[in-house]
Design a protein around this ligand. Structure first.
Ligand code: ZN
Ligand code: ZN
Length: 273
């Protein structure tokens, strides 16, 4: 398995850090997790064609994680995606996608259909994951869901198991009680780390996110081999380019595994065992 962080940022329009998005390669299969600002641009920079990706998983419906979804759907349709696109997400995903694709783009769709474009590939299949556990088993890939506490929104963390390896990808938020069991012994845990306690205390949404010390404790409890931090909001708002490395250092002092500070395009190749 190969993991690539496409976007290490969040809400703010930081050119160094695209919105949340990451891709997992397992053989020929590509799994995209979240589709935030500039996700499709980052895919192109990685040499990936949008139309080659037909599995998209959304962690939650905050706009920073999903604003590139319409572009992802439409450019895939335009470029004749071969397989039907399937979008998996929390409760509300069906409504979100159905309202997003046809109604606002009615004129565009009619014009293309009127010039011979097939409807195939326009309407994604939607899967809503409303309870924890394994929901996907295809081609020796198993994907399971757990939930985090985040702004009272249904928010999913995904666990991908394949080729003897295990990657856990969080959305935003604080782990629920079952998270340690969910992420136990993961080869890679990719978790949001929006800012320090001091920083989050100053934000109206500060309680929605985990702090570096708690994340170090979580990674230790889970016994993960590597931890990557992402959703690095503190840099966006403070403009302090050293802030994220300091958070990484705080975690290293408390967690024995490898700590990776997220950057757009950062790759972790786990290989297969
Ligand atoms: Zn977010
Ligand atoms: Zn969020």
């Amino acid at each position: 398995m190969r993991f690539t962080l496409l976007g290490s940022g969040a809400v703010r329009n930081n050119p160094r850090r695209a919105g949340p998005s990451q891709i997992v390669h397992i053989g020929d299969q590509r799994l995209l997790f979240d589709c935030g600002r500039a996700a499709c641009l980052r895919l192109a920079q990685q040499g990936e064609s949008v139309e080659d990706i037909d599995r998209l998983f959304l962690t939650h419906l905050h706009f920073d994680h999903i604003v590139d979804v319409p572009y992802f759907v439409f450019v895939g349709w335009n470029n004749s995606r071969q397989n039907k696109l399937r979008i998996t997400g929390p409760q509300g995903t069906t409504d979100f996608v159905e309202r997003l694709i046809r109604p606002p783009f009615e004129q565009d769709i009619e014009s293309r259909l009127g010039h011979g474009k097939s409807e195939f590939g326009l309407d994604p299949q939607i899967v809503e994951v409303v309870e924890r556990g394994t929901f996907y088993e295809e081609q020796d890939i198993r994907i399971s869901a757990a939930f985090t506490d985040h702004s009272k929104m249904p928010t999913i963390a995904y666990r991908v198991e394949a080729q003897g390896q295990r990657i856990v990808i969080s959305g935003d938020g604080l782990p629920q009680d079952d998270f340690v069991e969910f992420a136990r012994d993961a080869d890679l845990l990719v978790y949001e780390c929006s800012g320090t306690q001091e920083f989050l205390d100053q934000q109206p949404w500060g309680t929605w996110h985990i702090i570096p010390e708690a994340l170090a404790e979580l990674a230790t409890e889970c016994g993960v081999k590597r931890l990557m931090i992402k959703h690095l909001v503190i840099e966006d708002i403070t403009g302090d380019l050293t802030a994220v490395d300091k958070m990484g250092e705080t975690i290293r002092q408390r967690f024995d595994g490898e700590v990776l500070v997220g950057a757009d395009g950062l790759v972790v190749d786990l290989g297969s065992v």
